[in-house]
Design a protein around this ligand. Sequence first.
Ligand code: ADP
Ligand code: MG
Ligand code: MG
Length: 211
Amino acid sequence: DGTVSLPQLLDWLSRFSALVTENRTYLTELDSAIGDADHGVNMVRGMTAVMEKVGAAPPEAVDALFKMVGMTMVSTVGGASGPLYGTFFLRFGTTAGAVTELDGATLAAALRAGFEGVIARGKAELNDKTMVDAMSPAVDALDAAVAGGASVSDAAAAAFSAAEAGREATIPLVARKGRASYLGERSAGHLDPGATSTAMLFESLAGALAG
Ligand code: ADP
Ligand code: MG
Ligand code: MG
C-alpha cells in the first residue's frame, strides 16, 4: 500500500548489505579497472559494521536509524564512497524525521535529500561517471511515480529500473570526479563501480518494498 514501515527500512539495509557482500569481488573488479580495487571491500566493511550496530541496538525511529547508518559509513569506510553514502543516509534520516512510517511523498523527499547531500559533498554532475548517474534518475523516477499515484512498491521498482539504466549509461563516459578521473579518456569503456553499488541500493529498496 502507501506506506513504508521501520521493519521495511531495516530490510532495505539488510538486503543492501547482503547484495554488496555477494558482489564484493565484482565491485572490486570494476574498481580495479578504473580505480584502486577496493570498492567491494569498502562497501562490505561499511555495511557489515552498519548491520552489527543496528542489530545490537535497533533505533526506534527513522531519523535515529539512519543517523546510526550514516555515521557508521563515514567512520568505517576509508574511500570516497564512505562519506558519500554516509551523507546520503544522514540526510535521508533527517528529512524523514522522528517517525516510524513513511508515506510515498516522504520517502521521495527523503531520497531526494539524500541525493542532494551526495551532490553537495562530492560536487559531481550528471555524466561525470559516478554514483550520481544511477542515483539521479532513480530519485527522479521514484518522484514521478509517487506523484502519479503509484504505490511505494511500484515507485521503488521504477527507481530500480532507472538506476540500472543510469548505471549502464556510465560505460562510455569519461570520468570527471574521483580516482577514475585520473585516467582521463582511458576511463571510458568501463562501468562505474559506485553507480553499480547505487543500483544495488535501489534494487534492495525495491526488494524490501515489493508486494
Ligand atoms: P575510492 O575511490 O576512494 O577508492 P571507492 O572505490 O569506495 O572509493 O568508491 C569509488 C566510487 O565513488 C566511484 O566509482 C564513484 O561512483 C564514486 N565517487 C567518487 N568520487 C565521487 C564524487 N565526487 N561524487 C560522487 N561520487 C563519487
Ligand atoms: Mg576505490
Ligand atoms: Mg580507495
